[in-house]
Design a protein around this ligand. Structure first.
Ligand SMILES: [Mg+2]
Length: 181
């Protein structure tokens, strides 16, 4: 049996913040500098702006339209070529009706049609319940009901810079990620 590596989608493979920023420009709100994005939940914005952000990522088509993060798709292909199984493990946004469908469509479009399948793109709000040897996720704390089977490596982003967990970005090369196994 192969070890399975779980890879988060938003902030690791798909540029969620870039999509939000695009929406802000369209509405005349200046996106803040990337380095200032020091909070996962957009708390650096005013309450009024947070309402707009919520509307942007709740809109139909948002998740499907996100740009891939540079190196991510090549990275998961590289991990697979080393003999590991890879699955996307992503939580659904409850506010977006087609979120799960859009995430599967995104994966199929950008990576390949087999990635629309449930075992390749696992859309699950409690990631602790998903089996894997390792999870790569930009969220610094992944909480849930179960004792996780995976080790957590943080995907390096400005909003998790304060965390002391092991971190990785695609530009490091996948060997650095796999050496944690
Ligand atoms: Mg994420």
């Amino acid at each position: 049996m192969k070890d399975r590596i779980l890879v988060d989608m938003d902030g690791v493979l798909a540029d969620f913040v870039g999509g939000v920023n695009k929406g802000l420009w369209k509405r005349g709100v200046r996106p803040i500098n990337w380095e200032e994005m020091t909070n996962y939940h957009f708390e650096v914005y005013s309450e009024e702006e947070q309402k707009i952000i919520h509307e942007i990522y709740s809109a139909s088509g948002f998740f499907e339209s996100l740009e891939p993060i540079e190196g991510g798709i090549e990275g998961i292909r590289e991990i697979e070529s080393r003999g590991y199984a890879v699955a996307i493990c992503t939580a659904p946004a409850r506010t977006s009706l087609r979120c799960e469908e859009e995430k599967r469509e995104w994966a199929a479009h950008h990576i390949g049609p087999e990635w629309a399948r449930e075992e390749k793109t696992i859309v699950q709000s409690d990631k602790t319940a998903v089996y894997g040897a390792l999870i790569l996720d930009d969220k610094s704390e992944i909480l849930g009901e179960c004792k996780p089977s995976w080790k957590h490596t943080i995907y390096d982003q400005p909003w998790n810079i304060w965390s002391d967990k092991p971190r990785f970005k695609w530009g490091d090369g996948v060997d650095k990620l796999l050496e944690r196994l």
